[in-house]
Design a protein around this ligand. Structure first.
Ligand code: GLN
Length: 545
């Protein structure tokens, strides 16, 4: 029997609802349950694929090729359960499906309304694609009280009614602000937020209250009294200094115990050894490394959420703390890029150019790569970072000194260009330069075959892998000889040999570019081999004494 836990947020946004859901997922898993996490996003975009990363944060890509909210990354990293297309939906997607059905005449002439048509579509989504999971944890994006979230709240209210208390639980995440002048934690915003939820017919069963301070018992009882829940169901979520401590902290406050009690389930408490070990390694690293991420959206770290996490995972397995310096590549675009690189990068043990789009800042990234190549600083290029490493290499050869990407406009040497057709299994996909922006990318998991004697194969421990993609342009295999003459080996390819997936330098301590996004599959308890090896190479630089 599958049970549903709905997670809503109140008072303010950015309360860490995604992380709280992920941590609860892990706790239930450690009690022996099978879980799946989902997110319902109230905005009108059909998916986050076309949203600016500086506004919305990273686009997390699933194996089955969905562009989803970054919270799905937290879910995967905490539970190891790979998310699917069916784990994230937006108002835009719901409406576009409802309207398509209406145009097809599927509603047989009915008047289409928010209740029941839109809410039914939301309920269908919540209930779809469930195997034998014990729990579906379903997070509602946004804050209670937003106009956009109303149809979602109505839909989950109905699910609560349909399935009853034995199969549904409502958890509300709120904030208890600390007013320094009064020296008090304030409960009023929580009370108001719960009232707002009650006004749409939802009585929360569990309150998870984020706070910086300890909450005295009488305050807990007061919140319970005013919000119509028992004091034991008011869970204090005090800030912790690293995210891996969250599962243990919530468990200590009774979160999973109360959830199990709600459903009348008796299981032994979770073994938190794994999280304790990870938290311990994070708190007590043996040394530190400095890694520069040279990119464009460096002002908002959420735009590279998984990347920061994957580097941390590499640090955890190497027992080092990874200090990340976010460097805006345009700072390297001066009259003397070499000097600019020396100035900004000489303290760095490793350089990484991450995924990116568009020409702005690309020359600065190429300069950083030249610096990494010539100064023998470990370099990892991800997606755009691989494409730029390829341009950098081609430009060292006289005939292709003007090498560029067709992403930047016409060029006589399209070393990176638009592939109009590619094959995956027995399916051929096509795209053209005129297609809509959403939906023309190579998205999701694709296989890659590596040369047996490559560094990549050595560090993966295999020659066949599948990694997640999100890009429109490809390295042009026609320039293979040029690149090899420049010292850049194509060591991983799509199985048909058409699409370069991995490049590496043999004349360098550690220089790898990958067309895919390895960071999306890294976990704290199972760090991605590329990041383990990259951080290890940084550690060998030993610049910090
Ligand atoms: N802009 C490049 C492309 O579309 C790289 C994309 C990326 O780095 N995710 O191919």
């Amino acid at each position: 029997m599958t049970r549903f836990i709905f997670i809503t947020g109140g008072v303010v946004s950015s309360l860490g609802k995604g992380l709280a859901s992920a941590a609860l997922g892990s706790l239930l898993q450690l009690r022996g349950y099978k879980v799946r996490l989902r997110k319902l996003d109230p905005y009108l975009n059909v998916d986050p694929g076309t949203m600016s990363p500086t506004q919305h944060g990273e686009v997390f890509v699933t194996d089955d090729g969905a562009e989803t909210d970054l919270d799905l990354g937290h879910y995967e990293r905490f539970t190891g359960v790979h998310a699917r297309k069916s784990d994230n939906v937006t108002t835009g997607r719901i409406y576009s499906d409802v309207l398509a059905k209406e145009r097809r005449g599927d509603y047989l002439g009915a008047t289409i309304q928010v209740i029941p048509h839109v809410t039914d579509a939301i309920k269908d989504f919540i209930m779809s694609d469930i195997d034998d999971e014990d729990f579906i944890l379903c997070e509602i994006g946004g804050t209670v009280g937003d106009i956009e979230s109303l149809p979602f709240l109505e839909a989950i209210r109905q699910v609560g009614n349909d399935l009853g208390r034995e199969r549904t639980c409502f958890m509300h995440v709120t904030l208890l602000p600390f007013i320094a002048a009064a020296g008090e934690l304030k409960t009023k915003p929580t009370q108001h937020s719960v009232k707002e939820l009650q006004s749409v017919g939802i009585q929360p069963n569990i309150l998870l209250c984020r706070t910086e301070q300890f909450l005295p018992d009488e305050q807990r009882a007061k919140i319970g009294l005013f919000c119509n829940v028992s004091a034991a169901d008011v869970i204090l979520a005090q800030d912790v200094d690293n995210i891996y401590k969250v599962p243990a902290a919530y468990h200590e406050q009774g979160l999973d115990t109360q959830i199990c009690k709600h459903f009348g389930l008796e299981t032994s408490p979770p073994d938190l050894g794994m999280w304790e070990q990870i938290a311990e390694r994070v708190s007590r690293p043996e040394s530190e490394v400095n890694v520069a991420i040279v990119g464009k959206y460096t002002s908002l770290q959420d735009s590279y959420k998984s990347l920061g996490e994957a580097l941390d995972h590499g640090g955890i397995s190497n027992r080092v703390k990874v200090n990340i310096t976010w460097l805006d590549s345009e700072l390297l675009e001066t009259d003397d890029p070499e000097e600019a690189c020396r100035q900004h990068l000489s303290q760095m043990d490793a350089i990484l150019v991450p995924g990116g789009f568009g020409q702005r800042g690309s020359e600065g990234k190429i300069s950083a790569i030249t610096y990494a190549r010539t100064q023998k600083v470990p370099y990892l290029g991800i997606c755009f970072g691989m494409q730029m490493a390829v341009l950098e290499a081609a430009r060292t050869i006289e005939q292709t000194a003007t090498a560029s990407s067709t992403e930047f406009g016409e060029t006589d040497h399209p070393v990176v260009g638009l592939m109009t057709e590619w094959v995956s299994g027995n399916k051929t996909s096509k795209r053209s330069a005129e297609d809509d922006l959403g939906g023309t990318m190579r998205l999701g998991a694709y296989p890659c075959v590596m040369a047996e004697d490559s560094r990549a194969a050595a560090l993966y421990g295999t020659t066949q892998i599948e990694e997640r993609h999100r890009h429109r342009y490809e390295v042009n295999i026609g320039y293979r000889d040029t690149l090899e003459a420049a010292g850049l080996r194509i060591s991983g390819l799509s199985p048909d040999g058409e699409l370069p997936e991995i490049v590496e330098r043999e004349d360098h301590p550690w220089f790898i570019g990958v067309q895919f996004h390895p960071e999306l599959k890294s976990k704290p308890f199972d760090a991605h081999p590329l990041f383990v090896s990259f951080v290890e190479a940084a550690k060998k630089q030993n610049r910090i004494v």
